[in-house]
Ligand binder design. Structure first.
Ligand code: 1CP
Length: 363
C-alpha cells in the first residue's frame, strides 16, 4: 500500500484487528460489530457536548468531532469507530450553502437542477487547506483510539455521488428522489457533470480521512435503492467508482452500503472492484437476509449487516433471537461484520446496544 509508515494499518496497530481481518475475508476469533450512527442522539454524553453547537459546526471542530467519535467506542466496546461527520460536510467546505436542520436533515439554500445551477457548483473545489479540520479531527481520533501497539480501527466515510446529488437536486431530503432521477434522463450530460463533481468531492474527503489515519472506508449510497438496476449501472455506478479511485492505491478495505438495494448488491460490489479497492465488502440493509445476499454475491465477498433497527426497541428475547439469526446467516460469507441494517434510531436505549455487542462477542 502507499500509506504513510506511521499509519495504523501500516505500523500494525489495526492490521490484525477483528474489523480489518473480517474485511479482508477472514474469520477472526471475535466477530466484529459496530453500528451505523453509533455516535449521536441515542447517547446522553453526545447530547451534553452538542448543547448550543450546530451539527455542521460540531463536525468542523476537531476537538469535538474526535470526542464524539470516541464516545460510542468507550461506552459500547464496539470493534470500530466511525468518524463523526456528515456526507454533506464536503459540500459545506466547498462553499455550498447547506445546513443540517434538526429532525429534517440536510437542507440547501435552494434546489440545484438546471445546467446553470450545476455550472455554479462545479466551479467550486476542495483543497488540502480547506480539508485541514477533517485531517486534524481524524488525527486526534486515531490518537485517542490507540492503546500502545493495538488500536480500534477508525472507519472513514463519504456519501456516494448519487445520494449527494439527490440532496442537491431536491434541495432537501425527499422520499423517492424524483427530481434527481428525472434529471439523469432529462439532461444526462448535466447529470454526468454534477455526479463527476460530487464524486471528486467525496473522493477527496475520503482520501483525507485515510491519509490522516482511517483504516477502512465506507461509501454510503443510502438512497441508491430507489434506482432500477439499469439506471444504477448506466447513470450512477461510474461516478461511485470514480469516488473510490481516490483511495484505491492506499490499499484500505472498502465497504459499500445502501438501503433497499437487494437488486443492486452485485452491481455495488462491482463498483468496489472496478475502482481497484483491494478488499471489497458489501453492506446489506435489513430487508435482504445475509445468506441470500451471499448467494446473490457469489459467495466470495465479505458482508456487513444487518440487524433490523426496529428490533432494538423490542423485548430482549426477540432482539436476541434476531441477532443470533443474523450471525448464523452471515456464517456463509468469507467475512462478516455485524452492524444494523440502517442507522441507530435516536430513541434507542444505549444499554441495549452495549448488550448486543456483548452478545455478538459471546457467539
Ligand atoms: O443534530 C443531530 O443530531 C443531527 C443528526 C445527524 C447526525 C448525528 C445527522 C443529520 N448526521 C449525523 C452524523 C452522521 N451522518 C454520521 C456520523 C457517524 C455515525 O454513524 O455515528 C454518518 C456516518 C452520517 C452519514 C449520513 N448523513 C448519511 C448516510 C447514512 C444513512 O443514515 O443513511 C445520510 C443519508 C446523511 C444525511 C443526513 N444527515 C443528517 C440526517 C438526519 C440525514 C438523513 C436525512 C434524510 O432522511 O434524508
Amino acid at each position: 500500500s502507499n500509506l504513510p509508515a506511521s499509519h495504523p494499518l501500516a505500523d500494525g496497530r489495526t492490521t490484525t484487528s477483528p474489523l480489518v481481518s473480517a474485511l479482508r475475508g477472514d474469520r477472526p476469533a471475535r466477530t466484529p460489530v459496530w453500528f451505523m450512527r453509533q455516535a449521536g442522539r441515542s447517547l446522553p454524553e453526545y447530547r451534553e457536548v452538542r448543547q448550543g453547537v450546530g451539527m455542521l459546526e460540531s463536525c468542523l471542530r476537531p476537538d469535538l468531532a474526535a470526542e464524539i467519535t470516541l464516545q460510542p467506542v468507550r461506552r459500547h466496546g464496539v470493534d470500530a469507530a466511525i468518524f463523526f461527520s456528515d456526507i454533506v460536510v464536503p459540500l459545506k467546505l466547498a462553499g455550498v450553502d447547506v445546513e443540517i436542520v434538526s429532525g429534517v436533515g440536510p437542507v440547501m439554500d435552494r434546489p440545484y437542477r438546471t445546467a446553470a445551477d450545476i455550472d455554479e457548483l462545479v466551479a467550486r473545489d476542495l483543497d488540502d487547506e480547506t480539508l485541514a479540520p477533517i485531517a486534524q479531527a481524524v488525527e486526534r481520533t486515531v490518537a485517542g483510539l490507540s492503546d500502545g501497539s493495538a488500536s480500534t480501527p477508525l472507519i472513514g466515510f463519504g456519501g456516494a455521488p448519487f445520494t449527494l446529488a439527490a440532496y442537491l437536486v431536491e434541495g432537501r431530503p425527499s422520499r423517492d428522489h424524483l427530481a434527481a432521477r428525472t434529471l439523469m434522463h432529462a439532461d444526462p450530460e448535466t447529470w454526468r457533470r454534477l455526479t463527476t463533481w460530487t464524486a471528486d468531492l467525496t473522493g477527496r474527503f475520503l482520501r483525507t480521512q485515510v491519509l490522516a489515519g482511517a483504516s477502512a472506508v465506507q461509501l454510503f449510497d443510502s438512497w441508491a435503492g430507489s434506482l432500477s438496476l439499469a439506471d444504477y449501472t448506466a447513470h450512477v455506478a461510474p461516478s461511485s467508482t470514480r469516488a473510490l479511485r481516490h483511495v484505491a492505491e492506499l490499499g484500505v478495505p472498502g465497504i459499500h452500503f445502501g438501503t433497499a438495494t437487494g437488486h443492486l448488491l452485485p452491481a455495488m460490489r462491482d463498483v468496489l472492484r472496478d475502482a481497484g479497492i483491494s478488499h471489497p465488502t458489501v453492506g446489506v440493509d435489513y430487508r435482504t437476509p445475509l445468506d441470500e445476499a451471499t448467494e446473490l454475491l457469489g459467495g466470495d465477498v465479505p458482508v456487513q449487516g444487518n440487524i433490523d433497527p426496529a428490533l432494538l426497541a423490542a423485548p430482549w428475547e426477540a432482539l436476541e433471537a434476531h441477532v443470533r439469526d443474523v450471525v448464523a446467516r452471515g456464517a456463509g460469507a468469507p467475512g462478516h461484520v455485524v452492524n444494523l441494517g440502517h442507522g441507530v434510531p435516536p430513541t434507542t436505549d444505549p444499554t441495549v446496544l452495549t448488550r448486543v455487542v456483548e452478545l455478538v462477542h459471546s457467539l
